[in-house]
Design a protein around this ligand. Structure first.
Ligand code: ASP
Length: 311
């Protein structure tokens, strides 16, 4: 089958000055993943490569340059899920790992459990040959400045202007039809130490089922958890492509992926009054995305092979 790839760099009030950086980060992530998929490579390798690019880019809230917690430390969460086996690998509250997606993958492939947190997750990572870093190495200047402004005043979104990042994620299907989805985040700024959001939770921040599709979410984690948004979107993908606007059961020219994405975000707003977004691929590789924030950074590989990015 034709491979497919979609990525995101978070749904927030991305300021004008960060738009170009978000687009170019998504483009580089797509290029990294697509260079693997287009040569017949594996979807897991592709999303790992794409997510690592996003984690390494301080414009996004994952890996280096993540938001700091109330104590001024970076605490990262990540998950990757295999749509064929429904097995996930998830890690949470990592403080000493540059690329949390590597730990999630190691848990997926080599751990009897599906989720490890904190010190135990870091110990497992080290045992699997993943180097641990000094926690300070994850802190960018912009992240530190934003945190200091919040500490000296009170936590407020405007203190993060210019450093208004978001969670990252990717979904890929390879030529063999393997479907994987992944999400990686530094969580919300000034969060309490030990806070776990939706991102690493199976069904909340990420879900993949080869029979329907794969999803990665972003936004206010405490709300996304309430509607188990990634699994909800995958379940919506199972429903036929009926135009929800007419309700008449007539095809409306909008893909079922796009309808499922919109409906899941609509449910988030309706039931929790919160904001967020998601990306998805249906099991045929058709992309879908939706958000109710002012902006979301995302990109996908179009049918003609062009890399499409938008903020
Ligand atoms: N969903 C993430 C969290 O709550 C934040 C984000 O998507 O930006 O940890």
């Amino acid at each position: 089958m034709k491979p497919a790839l979609i990525v995101h760099g978070g749904a927030w009030d991305i300021p004008d000055e960060a738009v170009d950086a978000c687009k170019s980060g998504c483009r580089r992530a797509l290029a990294a993943g697509w260079s693997i998929l287009s040569k017949g490579g594996n979807a897991l390798e592709a999303i790992e490569a794409a997510v690592m690019v996003l984690e390494d880019d301080p414009v996004f809230d994952a890996g280096y340059g993540s938001h700091l917690n109330r104590d001024g430390r970076v605490e990262c969460d990540a998950i990757v899920m295999n749509g064929a086996t429904l097995r996930a690998g998830a890690a949470s509250t990592l403080q000493r790992v540059k690329n949390p997606i590597l730990v999630a993958r190691a848990i997926l492939e080599k751990c009897p459990h599906m989720m490890l947190v904190g010190e135990g997750a870091e110990r497992f990572a080290r045992e699997q040959g993943i180097a641990l870093c000094d926690p300070e190495e994850l802190i960018s200047d912009a992240g530190q400045e934003a945190w200091l402004r919040c500490r000296n005043d009170k936590h407020a979104a405007e203190h993060h202007r210019g450093h208004e990042q978001g969670t990252v994620g990717a979904v890929a299907i390879d030529r063999e039809g393997n479907l994987f989805a992944a999400t990686s985040t530094g969580g919300t700024c000034c969060k309490l130490p030990g806070r776990v959001g939706d991102s690493p939770l199976i069904g909340c921040g990420c879900y993949a089922d080869s029979e329907a599709g794969g999803v990665s979410c972003t936004g206010y984690g405490e709300a996304i958890m309430k509607i188990v948004m990634a699994k909800t979107a995958v379940d919506l993908l199972r429903e036929s492509a009926i135009c929800m606007a007419t309700g008449a059961g007539e095809p409306c020219g909008v893909s079922s992926g796009q309808l499922a994405a919109r409906e899941a975000v609509h449910l988030l707003a309706k039931r929790t009054h919160a904001t967020g977004g998601l990306i998805l691929l249906d099991c045929h590789g058709h992309p879908g995305f939706a958000f109710n924030t002012p902006r979301m950074a995302y990109g996908y590989v179009a049918l003609d092979g062009n890399l499409v990015t938008a903020v």
